[in-house]
Design a protein around this ligand. Structure first.
Ligand code: G3P
Ligand code: CA
Length: 225
């Protein structure tokens, strides 16, 4: 059962920061999950919200601010918003990177970044897993490069997500854990899909979901898996 650190190790450090990803690596995760948005000047930034307001001392929409402006903000007084490249270099193939596309505009740049690491640095495609609630974005990734592993995110309709995942030949399906049963987990696996539910933090929930034999668990507390 794979241990996947949500926004790094959000339970132990500020989400989506290099320190949070380093903490997840220290906990020997199999994968880390992170979120990406584009800056105004087209840089892939690792941040969950469409604005910087909640997590930094700045204000404004990520896609209206330049890389330089975004880098000037601080998270918890000292950390910067990392670029995707900075996180990928930190991880350096130690575990796979589940890149969640927060919108369609990020798809093409994420594909290019992955292709660069595969072509120039000899990384395997399996070092990456691209997921999104925006299924058009996933379709665009599959259209641009069908070797990139894809994970279909859903918090509502598992049946539809399963059909779509088969349609685009996804590697995995990432349901909100409340949607899961032992039976539907087996059904997805029979269709060849790996099942990575999110975001499971309480030990009781972790124990219960483990009995469903999911393929991995996305959690803020990787050391609880
Ligand atoms: O990728 C799973 C999970 O991160 C999706 O929800 O809101 O935490 O990005 P959210
Ligand atoms: Ca996410």
């Amino acid at each position: 059962m794979l241990k996947i650190g949500h926004r790094g190790a959000k339970g132990y450090g500020p989400e989506n920061t290099l320190i949070s990803f380093q903490k997840a690596l220290d906990m020997q995760v199999d994968g880390i999950e992170l979120d990406v948005h584009l800056s105004a000047d087209g840089e892939l930034m690792v941040i969950h919200d469409e604005t910087v307001d909640r997590t930094t001392n700045g204000k404004g929409f990520v896609n209206k601010l330049s890389l330089q402006e975004l880098k000037a903000f601080r998270i918890n007084g000292k950390h910067q918003i990392p670029t995707l490249k900075e996180v990928v270099d930190l991880v350096n193939q130690y575990c796979f990177i589940n890149i969640e596309l927060k919108n369609y505009d990020t798809a093409e740049k994420v594909v290019s970044l992955i292709e660069k690491y595969v072509a120039k640095k000899n990384w395997k495609y399996d070092c990456f897993l691209v997921s999104s609630f925006d299924w058009n974005a996933l379709q665009q990734v599959a259209f641009l490069n069908d070797k990139i592993p894809i994970g279909v995110l859903t918090e509502t309709d598992l049946e539809l997500a399963m059909a779509f995942a088969k349609f685009i030949q996804a590697k995995s399906i990432h349901p909100h854990f409340h949607l899961l049963t032992k039976e539907n987990t087996a059904q997805m696996q029979e269709k060849g899909l790996q099942v990575f539910p999110w975001t499971i933090n309480e030990s009781e929930d972790i124990q219960k979901i483990k009995t469903f034999n999911v393929n991995g668990i996305i959690t803020d507390f990787p050391n609880r898996i």
